[in-house]
Write a protein that binds this ligand. Sequence first.
Ligand code: CAA
Length: 246
Amino acid sequence: MARIALVTGGIGGIGTAICTRLAKDGCSVVANHHPSESDAAEEWKKARASEGFDIATIAADVSSFEDATRMITEISEQYGPVDVLVNCAGITRDKTFKKMEAAQWQAVINVNLNSVFNVTRPVWEGMLERGFGRIINISSVNGQRGQFGQANYSAAKAGMHGFTMALAQEGASKGVTVNTISPGYVETAMTLAMDDAVRNSIIGGIPMRRMAQPDEIAAAIAFLASDQAAYVTGANLPVNGGLFMH
Ligand code: CAA
């Protein structure tokens, strides 16, 4: 039977590449999107179908525990229990800290970090009971090294890997692995939203002198989701063109 994979933020730039890659690898994929994006999700589903992918979509605000729990219940009833969870939903509210408002801090912590609890918690016990699971948290190079103008985002992304390391220890003896991927700058709407001068200066500082393509991130997720990665847990795999090494 095909494994069920849920990708939060699944219709976004990196999310789309993850969904199609996991589908190619034989998973039955469900792409989560925010309830406000239902029209976009319909279009997205048609676009994927025209490429030959049958990917389900489901609306839920992952920053709400109640809505995330409802989503997991619906997926279990319609498709079966989630075997592979990719926590990919994320937003930016970049501001120098002296200008950052509480709402910008809270939005980023709620969507990028609290969502990881909200979605992982309702799938976790089932994975332990079935003796198989893959949790993959999409963090960022900026969670590893910090970034000017991203105190909120860097805090949330660093927090994701703390969660990974703790939970990996709870899943290790039960066949459930928990890992982090830390992408560098990837060609998506999120990085396009940056000012041109800022973006060009960032690219100039990347040893590979280019951003990543979303497929290059998805390839790393495909590995961690696979049976071959059974002994990898609690890891933080950077995919950043050499931008940060440690
Ligand atoms: N280091 C040191 N100083 C810097 C700096 C840096 N990296 N960047 C800007 N500054 C300086 C500016 O030169 C300016 O100095 P002066 O006041 O002396 O002139 C000062 O900081 C303030 O700059 P701004 O007036 O431009 O401040 P702002 O609040 O309007 O904008 C910002 C700040 C929006 C955060 C802008 O700097 C920015 O967009 N930075 C990039 C943030 C970034 O990398 N975001 C990543 C988005 S993609 C993503 O997050 C995906 C992922 O995981 C990688």
